[in-house]
Write a protein that binds this ligand. Structure first.
Ligand SMILES: Nc1ncnc2c1ncn2[C@@H]1O[C@H](COP(=O)(O)OP(=O)(O)O)[C@@H](O)[C@H]1O
Ligand SMILES: [Mg+2]
Length: 386
């Protein structure tokens, strides 16, 4: 049986969301598949790593018992041995436990995990891992870089500008000049945060400075976007390496006034919508999106284009903003690890949770195998000349 290490938690504002993704949408179906031995690796909010079967249960996190556990539990060591081995001290003095890992399943959201940092570590260990690689993850989690890369391939976003926060503090007038051609409402966003943290919708120029200050508080890079008019939001989960397949185009039905509310996205399963709306991983949505066929097709093609040009593999979710009057589809952002894997959408598309995680593990192995064929050494006489 193959051993899969699921890594979750981490130094991110989305720490708690990651715990739920890991426990409910990854570990549970992996175990149900009976194909894998699952090791739970939890990264605490302070960045310490723990590895224990107890960490597969939601209760210690809910009750606060986790604090007690972390006080007593040994931390994990990582051994890079032509792959990855987890190591920890056991209760018996001097004894150590070792577990060789076949595949890692990162279940992290946000900073220090979803953004390529963890993937870089796994790449160094040369262990197969699920989802986007370190390059695609890093690009995807930078709202500026993602739009630059997509834009260079002809994928349009609504007009936007960007600058470093230090430019804003040093020469605010230059920054304001850069922004002045954008039409209100504007969206001011820190380049690297998720879950709407630090984002403002700015209706008029008088609100702009404050919004910029808020964004600068969260990030060293800021993007300001022109708001898409007659907005319809759409999101498309995609899975695969060389031949990616889309799930169903989904339309989140969040009301404008609730856009930036963490509670709306994650608590109470979202606020209730109407009609064919169903509770998804992040609130209520229309699944599949009830949009004209041509528009759906266009959105799907743009989603697949973005997936390819950003170098995504394994899984990702592409978010689009549609102007319902003009039928224009704009690229908004990529989520390399969609919350809960967006399993509700895959299920509707005919792929069960168990099949989804098994498929993702296979895709990780397939990408790793393809990489092993690349030459990484080169014989020279360079050393002999010294
Ligand atoms: N340019 C825009 N035009 C219209 N609405 C936007 C725009 N940018 C963001 N929004 C709204 O704000 C929400 C959050 O922005 P987003 O870029 O998706 O950040 P996050 O990383 O927090 O999900 C979007 O889901 C959308 O409702
Ligand atoms: Mg978003």
């Amino acid at each position: 049986m193959k051993t899969v290490a699921v890594i979750f938690g981490g130094r991110s504002t989305e720490h708690d969301v990651s715990i739920i993704t890991a426990l409910a949408s990854v570990i549970k179906p992996l175990e149900l598949s009976k194909q894998y031995k699952v090791e739970a690796v939890y990264i605490a909010k302070d960045g310490s790593w723990y590895w224990d079967d107890k960490l597969k249960d939601i209760k210690p996190y809910q009750s606060g018992e986790i604090e007690d556990f972390m006080h007593r539990a040994p931390k994990v060591h990582l051994l890079f041995d032509k792959g990855l081995t987890l190591v920890k001290s056991s209760q018996f003095a001097g004894r150590k436990m070792y577990r060789k890992i076949d595949v890692v399943f990162p279940a992290m959201h946000g900073t220090h995990g979803e953004d390529g940092e963890l993937m870089g570590l796994l790449e160094m260990a040369n262990v197969p891992y699920v989802g986007c690689d370190f390059r695609a993850s890093a690009v995807a989690m930078d709202k500026v870089l993602a739009k630059q890369v997509a834009g260079a391939s002809g994928v349009e976003s609504n007009p936007w500008v960007w600058f470093y926060s230090r430019q804003f503090s040093k020469t605010p007038q230059t920054v304001l000049k850069q922004i002045k051609d954008l039409k209100y409402p504007l969206f001011v966003k820190p380049a690297h945060t998720g879950s709407s943290i630090g984002i403002s919708r700015v209706e008029k120029v008088g609100e702009l400075m404050n919004a910029l200050e808020v964004a600068a508080h969260y990030d060293d890079k800021i993007i300001v976007e022109q708001g898409v008019q007659n907005l319809i939001e759409a999101t498309l989960p995609i899975m695969g390496n060389d031949d990616p397949i889309p799930a169903l185009l989904e339309r989140p039905l969040t009301k404008p006034e609730d856009f930036f509310d963490f509670d709306t996205k994650y608590m109470q399963g979202g606020k209730k919508g109407k009609g064919s709306a169903k509770a998804g991983a992040q609130g209520y949505s229309e699944l599949p999106a009830q949009l004209p066929k041509e528009l759906c097709k266009k959105a799907e093609q743009i989603g697949l284009d973005v997936y390819r040009v950003l170098g995504c593999s394994g899984i990702a979710r592409i978010d689009l903003l549609i102007d319902s009057k003009t039928g224009k589809v704009f690229f908004n952002e990529v989520n390399p690890l969609p919350g809960g894997l967006y399993a509700h959408n895959w299920r509707r598309a005919g792929i069960s949770n168990v099949d989804l995680v098994s498929k993702l593990v296979s895709l990780a192995e397939e990408r790793w195998q393809a990489k092993q064929k690349l030459t990484t050494s080169f014989s020279t006489n360079y050393l002999k000349q010294f």
